[in-house]
Write a protein that binds this ligand. Structure first.
Ligand code: ADP
Ligand code: MG
Length: 231
């Protein structure tokens, strides 16, 4: 995984520990974890060009090592359908960031494919002092935060263990076609868990990793936000 070490080296040379979302998504790609298609734009016209290349609708987000929770400060704009909307969102994001965090370094705006809304799950990893890299799985949103309905395993995690993690959360029926809900692709989630486990096992300098959220569909999954922090 040469490209992965390259990215980590560049981040450290830059004096950072937090990977930017596009860097974290490159790492995901190297491990064949599905992510939304994306491009970084440094000007409004570039963002519009990128949106056309990726295909509408798109999402715009700030790229800044100083902004951790992008949507909290109005730095994520979803479902943009025209070049005009992209231009507006580009300017709105920059002005929101300047308002709330005037000293934040702005490295550009991330233009990305808009993944259709669906059930959101979280795949995470932390480096435990005692057990080493450990993997976490839960549903996205308030369920994971309020109910602490999550499953943990020490890495490396096999496909069977990943499947067990998914079935053991209390919210599991949400994924399997509860009432009129569609049955979602839990095998694709298990694959993301296994690949994440491989990534943090191969690269023990990862302190924390969050794929939050991963959209889950009837066929396949897509990671729409990724965060990686190095030791
Ligand atoms: P934050 O830094 O606030 O976690 P996210 O990138 O996770 O920012 O965006 C906030 C929310 O917007 C996500 O939880 C997800 O619901 C939605 N979202 C973000 N990116 C996309 C995308 N490409 N397609 C669809 N929804 C998205
Ligand atoms: Mg997020």
């Amino acid at each position: 995984m040469g490209s992965v070490s390259h990215i980590f080296d560049a981040v450290r040379r830059d004096g950072r520990k937090n990977l930017l979302e596009p860097e974290a998504k490159e790492i995901c790609r190297a491990y064949e974890i599905p992510v939304t298609d994306f491009k970084v734009a440094k000007e409004e016209a570039e963002a519009i060009k990128a949106a056309g290349d990726i295909g509408y609708p798109v999402v715009l987000k700030i790229v800044s090592p100083d902004v951790i929770h992008k949507s909290d400060i109005g730095a994520v704009v979803l479902n943009l359908k025209t070049a005009h909307e992209v231009g507006e969102a580009y300017r709105r994001i920059l002005s929101n960031v300047v308002k709330v965090q005037p000293n934040a370094r702005m490295l550009g705006v991330l233009v990305q494919e808009m993944a259709p809304a669906s059930t959101e799950v979280i795949v995470g990893a932390i480096k435990d002092q005692q057990f080493g890299p450990s993997i976490m799985f839960g549903l996205g949103g308030i369920l994971v935060e309020v109910l602490e309905d999550v499953a943990f395993r020490v890495a490396p995690v096999t496909m069977l263990e990943a499947e067990a993690m998914i079935t053991e959360i209390k919210a599991y029926p949400v994924l399997t076609g509860y009432r009129n809900q569609p049955k979602l692709d839990t095998a694709a989630i298990a694959e993301v868990i296994v690949k994440t486990s491989k990534l943090v096992t191969d690269h023990q300098d990862i302190k924390e990793l969050d794929l939050n959220p991963v959209m889950v569909y009837e066929d396949g999954v897509k990671t729409v936000d990724a965060r990686i922090i190095l030791e």
